[in-house]
Ligand binder design. Structure first.
Ligand code: UFG
Length: 336
């Protein structure tokens, strides 16, 4: 079985990619330091605990498993924190990526799928966003992802790497079988917070700004089901094999949804009331980010299949119930 090293494979998107890899006949070897990842999310192959900054550990793992490729998810991804503590982001996301690529070159593993972000575009000039649009990130997180792309591009040109960088729009939803799901601590993303409000786990959802230049005044995003995202990674992996290539592709649906539309859909899907509090704009939020995903369609033969709002919200809601039942059982055990 062909092995793939998956850095950050214990995280939300990485774990879903591991499940998709296994279903496609690959063995995912998760390499994760468990700072934000969950050991319980590693279910489809071996687990190696390690940091991407630890080149000796990476070398040992490459020697042991002889992978055909690397999927590099491991990164810090809190935009707000990247503004207050950029050093943490440059160290992990930039130095960590450089360390990983050195270890790959040393081990002669030259095929890479790199997790990039729509945050590399900054304030979009036109919607929908094409890959050729200028990349001018507006926060350190976005800059670290752009630098990661640039390092990978240079490695492709100079050392014959083949890299496909996937620029994610808003990953959401959960595995339909309920085996894994979104589990951030702290949670900052709209959909899990809206569902927590629906479940009564928080008093309300705060909407950051309703004075944007959009039809209902709230921000518009392109929400993509994490299973669609995972499938795109496998499709990209299967296209690798062109030394010297660097290809960047948007992963989104091409359709935008406003914050208000998410809340209304969540009320419908959950059948629960969701109290809303209005607040000022969150710093650094672009009014609209919507992908033009046609390049990914053409290059990968891939298109989103599970990204309608009902499936995204329904699977995320089911996952929240599983997690709550698990916690309730644990609490009952502790009380007993
Ligand atoms: N929002 C609220 N209330 C909340 C949380 C979010 O109104 O409590 C709004 C935000 O202002 C934004 C939208 O909901 O308009 C989506 O916010 P998220 O935090 O869920 O997602 P972002 O679009 O900010 O972030 C995503 C990824 C980042 C990536 C970024 C690029 O999670 O990793 O897109 O802009 F960097």
């Amino acid at each position: 079985m062909k092995r793939v090293i998956v850095t950050g494979g214990a995280g939300f998107i990485g774990a879903h990619a591991c499940k998709a890899l296994r279903a496609a006949g690959f063995e995912p070897v998760v390499y994760d330091n468990l700072v934000y990842g969950h050991r319980s999310a590693v279910q489809w192959g071996p687990f190696e605990q390690g940091d991407i900054l630890d080149e000796a550990r990476l070398a040992a793992v490459f020697a042991q498993y002889q992978p055909v490729a690397v999927m590099h998810f491991a990164a810090f991804a809190y935009v707000g924190e990247s503004v207050t503590d950029p050093e943490k982001y440059y160290r992990n996301n930039v130095e960590g990526t450089a360390s990983l690529l050195r270890a790959m070159r040393q081990a002669d593993v030259r095929q890479l799928i790199f997790s990039s972000s729509c945050a590399t575009y900054g304030m979009a000039e036109t919607i929908p966003i094409l890959e050729t649009q200028r990349q001018t990130p507006i926060n350190p997180y976005g800059r670290t992802k752009l630098i990661g792309e640039q390092i990978a591009r240079d490695y492709a040109q100079a050392y014959g790497f083949d890299c496909i960088a996937l620029r994610y729009f808003n990953a959401a939803g959960s595995d339909a079988a309920g085996e894994i799901g979104e589990d951030h601590d702290p949670e900052t993303h709209l959909i899990p917070l809206v569902l927590q409000a629906a479940a009564g786990m928080r008093p309300n959802i705060t909407v950051f700004g309703d004075d944007y230049d959009t039809p209902d005044g709230t921000c518009i995003r392109d929400y993509l089901h994490v299973t669609d995202l995972a499938d795109a990674h496998v499709a990209a992996l299967q296209k690798l094999g062109l030394p010297g290539r660097f290809l960047a592709l948007n992963l989104g649906t091409g359709a935008g949804t406003s914050v208000r539309e998410i809340i209304d859909a969540a009320k419908r899907v959950t059948g629960c009331d969701i109290p809303v509090t209005m607040a000022a704009r969150r710093e650094g939020d672009p009014a609209a980010l919507v992908a033009d995903p046609s390049a990914a369609h053409a290059a990968l033969g891939w298109a989103a299949r599970y990204s309608d709002l009902d499936t995204i919200l329904g699977t995320a809601w089911d996952w929240l119930q599983f997690k709550r039942q698990g916690t309730l059982k644990q609490d009952a055990r502790l009380r007993a």
